[in-house]
Write a protein that binds this ligand. Structure first.
Ligand code: ADP
Ligand code: ZN
Ligand code: ZN
Length: 662
């Protein structure tokens, strides 16, 4: 008698036992194949066979029979299987769900493995650039590590030619007949990015991103698996691709938040990429101008080899940075006269200017002039933003919209004023000042339609627009050679946030945005408007370097025992009634306190955003200075949590190595 242990895509941390399907040949049973099984009263699910046993844990009479085996051989390679097991273990996430994440939707739904389509047409072979000394050192270091596990931090200022380093190391890996994975941030996977690779290499390239249809995704997946696709460029989830022969992983913009999945299976693609490189014995490059403190810390500990590109490549120089003190200045909708003059100068010289404001909509506050009342979202702990294009109030946290108020809800006063600046308002103001120039606004609202972001970026490259306004969507990775002026309209927010990581992010964002100026030999300038021109960290970032700034933050983290000097795991719970969420987390805490352990338990406390979409949100933070200790603790704790009856009344999750504290 054979018993099948199957991992199913359900939110339960356990596997399920079934009997083999009718008339099943024993040698057809192989670990790693897909199996269709009955589940509950009427459902059918597709799971992965993870073990074939002689004995069941449940009485055999109670076991159901599987319906069919879908594959004739394992769908996962041994190495991808190993990565999934590791991830399920480390993130304490159900294995069935991890395995499902690794498969294209059509395979999750039971589609048979299709045949591999014929190769792509091959492109042109473009010429390498002559590397400067630091670029050459970086390329040589990586080439010497081909075939061994090694992590490189390629720490190069914006415009220093990191991409050229990638391209030349890729060429060396292709020459060995191996594949290359290039992981990029969500917003970075633009046609311009893919084009840069296509212009250089004639080998087949596939791009894996969220805009692919299910069929396209499956075809891409098959060609990666067959070893036909040589260069795979993808966002976060591409780390689960089934490579036939991977030789190098490149993760570009290492600091980018989109590498961490923020829901259900909360993995970090950077950390999984490092594990995968480790399992495969290959090198991995983490590239960025603004490394996270975690990665810098690892480099300082010599766990990673630190490669630096300190200067811009070719004829480009670093832009001139100017802090513009706007205290007591006459601002026109947030813009100082000095900035307006400067914009005019750059436009008249035939260049493009970019204005960065990390707030979409028209104005973030609708306020009563008589009593100070502000329009808030009834379902969230947040104010509503006025949007001019819809003439409605939007909540940016639960996406609720409603018509604008005619009068104040508190005093019925009729004079409601728009306070604060969003990208729509900035666009209006600039239209007024510069009617003869075309404006491109890039934010989530202007790019909802499929293909609209691509179109706008293309038009910017063609110089159809001279003024570019954007949120952080515009800050990342773009190479616009004609942008000579970058203005940061408001640089104050991140320095005063409740999240201890906010300041690190603020610094990264400021430098990333600044890095869009003067990238192609035309002298660039950056203007930063602020009410806190003397803030010591802002001064350090601009007058000294990102490294000085990061070192100060690292010291603070060390003193406060925060990551990377401690390890966190966060339990989140939300419910319609705050006390239900609180109660559940208190039970976890109580359970945890019954074990002898040195883990610090902080909370439960309301989350920074205490209510979202009608649910009250609470969190309990676990903190330890030893990662294995925290891991072991979670392993003992989780089965106990599954038994807490209050868990039925809440939505809860565990986030290992959380990166946002919202
Ligand atoms: P990064 O990715 O570091 O921001 P890029 O790779 O986009 O920088 O390079 C910025 C610009 O410098 C690009 O136009 C690129 O073609 C150019 N460049 C890179 N390396 C060299 C080099 N060795 N010589 C001349 N130009 C270079
Ligand atoms: Zn009022
Ligand atoms: Zn809301």
């Amino acid at each position: 008698m054979k018993i099948l242990k199957i991992a199913l895509p359900v939110p339960l941390r356990r596997n399920f036992e079934y009997l083999p399907p009718k008339d099943c040949q024993l040698d057809a049973l192989q670990v790693g194949i897909r199996v269709r099984v009955p589940f509950g009263k009427k459902r059918e699910l597709i799971g992965i066979l993870i073990e074939i046993c002689e004995q069941a844990e449940t009485p055999v009479a109670k076991l159901k029979q599987a319906i069919e085996l879908i594959d004739s051989t394992a769908i996962f390679s041994k190495e991808l299987w190993q990565l999934c097991l590791w991830a399920a273990d480390y993130y304490h996430h159900p294995l069935g769900d991890v395995l499902a994440t690794a498969l294209p939707a059509l395979l999750r739904k039971g589609r048979a493995l299709p045949a591999v389509l014929a190769g792509m047409v091959s492109g042109q072979q473009g010429a390498d650039l002559d590397l400067n000394t630091e670029q050459q050192e970086a390329v040589t270091a990586v080439m010497n590590a081909l075939g061994v596990f090694k992590v490189f931090l390629l720490d190069g200022v914006t415009g220093s030619g990191k991409t050229e380093v990638y391209l030349q190391t890729i060429a060396a890996v292709l020459a060995r007949g191996q594949q290359i994975l290039v992981l990029v941030p969500e917003i970075g996977l633009t046609p311009q990015t893919i084009q840069r690779f296509r212009e250089r290499f004639s080998e087949p390239i596939v791009a894996l991103h969220s805009r692919l249809t299910e069929k396209e995704r499956l075809n891409a997946w098959m060609s990666v698996r067959a070893g036909q696709a040589k260069i795979i460029i993808g966002t976060r989830s591409a780390i689960f691709s089934p490579f036939a022969n991977l030789g190098l992983i490149i993760l570009d913009e290492e600091h980018d938040l989109s590498f961490k999945q923020q829901e259900t299976f909360r993995y970090h693609a950077r950390d999984l990429a490092i594990m995968r490189a480790h399992f495969l014995n290959i090198p991995i490059i983490l590239g960025t101008a603004t490394p996270t403190l975690e990665t810098l810390h690892n480099a300082k500990q010599n766990r990673y080899q630190h490669l630096q590109l300190r200067e811009r490549a070719g004829f480009a120089e670093m832009p001139e940075m100017e802090v513009l003190d706007i205290r007591k200045k006459n601002l026109e909708e947030g813009l100082s006269p000095v900035l307006i003059d400067e914009i005019k100068k750059h436009l008249e010289n035939g260049n493009q200017v970019m204005l960065f404001l990390n707030r979409r909509g028209f104005s973030p506050i609708l306020m009563c002039h008589a009593c100070g009342w502000m329009a808030v979202c009834k379902r969230c702990n947040a104010r509503m933003t006025f949007h001019k294009n819809t003439k409605r109030l939007h909540c940016h946290h639960c996406d609720v919209q409603k018509p604008i108020f005619q009068h104040c809800e508190a005093c019925h006063g009729q004079e409601l004023i728009m306070v604060g600046l969003g990208t729509e308002r900035l666009e209006d103001t600039l239209e007024k000042y510069f009617p003869n120039y075309s404006i491109a606004r890039i934010d989530r609202d202007s790019t909802t339609k499929k293909g609209s972001l691509e179109k706008l970026l293309e038009e910017i490259h063609e110089r159809k627009h001279q003024i570019l306004i954007g949120t952080q969507m515009l800050a990342k990775g773009h190479h616009f050679p004609h942008v000579t002026l970058v203005a940061i309209v408001e640089a104050d927010g991140g320095f005063f946030s409740a999240d201890f990581r906010a300041i690190e992010r603020m610094g990264q964002l400021l430098l990333q945005v600044s890095g869009r100026a003067g990238r192609a030999g035309k002298k660039g300038k950056v203007i930063i408007q602020t009410h806190h021109p003397d803030h010591p960290l802002l001064q350090q970032l601009l007058r000294e370097s990102y490294h000085h700034f990061a070192n100060t933050l690292l010291k603070e983290r060390e003193d406060a025992l925060l990551p990377p000097y401690a390890f966190f795991a966060l339990f989140r719970a939300e419910a319609h009634y705050a006390d239900k969420a609180l109660d559940f987390l208190q039970h976890i805490k109580k359970t945890a306190q019954t074990f002898a352990h040195p883990i610090k338990l902080l909370g439960p406390v309301p989350a920074n955003m205490a209510k979202r979409a009608g649910r009250h949100r609470m969190q309990l933070l676990l903190q330890s200075q030893h990662r294995p200790q925290l891991q072991q603790f979670l392993k003992t704790l989780l089965p106990e949590i599954e038994k807490i009856p209050q868990k039925q009344k809440v939505r809860w999750s565990l986030d290992v190595d959380p990166v946002v504290n919202d």
